[in-house]
Design a protein around this ligand. Sequence first.
Ligand code: FAD
Length: 465
Amino acid sequence: MTQTVSADLIALRAVMRGPVFGPNDAGYNDARAVWNGDIDRRPAVIAQCLSAEDVAAALAFARNHALEVSVRGGGHAYSGTAVGDGGMMVHLGVMNSVVVDTQTRRARVGGGATMADMDTATQVHGLAVPGGVISDTGVGGLTLGGGFGWLSRMHGLSIDNLVSAQVVLADGRIVRASESEHPDLFWALRGGGGNFGVVTEFEFRLHPIGPEVHLGLFFWGLQDGAAALRLCREFIPALPHGTGALVIVGLSAPPAPFVPEQYHLVPGHALIVAGFGAAEDHARTVAPIREAVTPLFEFVTPIPYVGLQSMLDASAPWGIHGYEKALDLDDFSDEVIAILTEQAGNKASPMTFMPIFTLGDAFCEVDTDDTAFGGARTPHYVCNINAEAPDADLLAVDRAWARTTWEALRPFSSNQGGYVNFMVDPDQDRVRASYGSAKYAKLAGIKAEYDPDNVFHRNANIKPA
Ligand code: FAD
């Protein structure tokens, strides 16, 4: 850090309500830490903001000192773009309040809230916003890229439920974006990632959910992989309206109480079905699964919605070393099944696995051009080839495995760019491919208006036109 930046931190502290950390300050190391333990970067300044005005002050300081800006929502991206070396980290972690209005069925959610913050506050009223499947993921980054999880087949993406957002622009202006205010910015925020400004508050539409919902988890050994994935190919497109489904390929069975001891850490494949209606309906929905291919074990149970939202947390603990590469698949074709089942047996780390998100139903009721989301609004699978290991050496092995698997699947992919939120390696070709040329060009035009100097470039970057 230069002497000037060091000395001027006093000036920044004087105009910010939240704390400001330099490298020698207590709290600096906690504040710079992100979910991915493989990322170890040291910003020159961390501005832990408490308000939109704090964010504007931090951005002005970065501009005046020519510091690269990174924005930290939940700090949960594999890419670690939330933290950079030698720059200004705009830290939103404390801006995590969630205010629920039960009359209007709206929630106002701070830009640094996690899924757990949002679910806990909304479930008090039996309400929910569609979001991700791991509870410590940030609502900020998740929403700006699209946001999908258990509720997406019932109520669409997180962005499909966004009503408005408060945004601090690169030049420090604080604006609200909605269908009627800065509608171009509002369109771009819904899928265009963190390219357009710092979102300090999201306003979401809420839906009645739970508090009790239904889980159906079925697990097969590697030897039954092809039969299990052929079953998924038939079963998932025929799911009743609103049923959530997630396929996990190459999962090592967790040492959890519901897993018979002889299967602890045994690698295999899982199909998890989430039901949001009556117990009898859920039982009827999942019955054909066990009849088609006998699982090694199953776990069918009522579960609180917040329990469903955190049941996979242990599969991706904070501090684990992670890498991912993703692509969209239209179908579990025989060729795709052959690659997935072969590669599942080739991973090195027990923590590595491939969650395959199933998008369809309500997700397809929004027109492709209505939001900036990258990818078609047709039923498809988002295949996340997810390497995770307790240390960097083992991760290096599975990072190579993830790349090999991705290359093998690539010829069968309907969108090789894939979901921008699952993009670790900065690659302009993949960002363009994810959006398609027309949508990318529109986003680049909006970027030129709101962030002409590309201040917000630590992301799946859209270059200003
Ligand atoms: P951060 O690491 O804090 O930030 C990443 C980037 O997002 C930043 O560089 C910035 O560009 C931008 N950003 C974040 N917050 C803001 C803000 N308030 N304003 C402006 N820009 C911001 N995605 C899904 O859709 N569904 C899932 O189920 C899902 N599961 C996941 C599970 C794991 C284990 C992990 C690691 C990721 C998962 N993701 C999922 C991907 C997730 O959506 C992205 O990693 C997302 O970026 C996380 O948001 P964050 O705020 O925690 O990110």
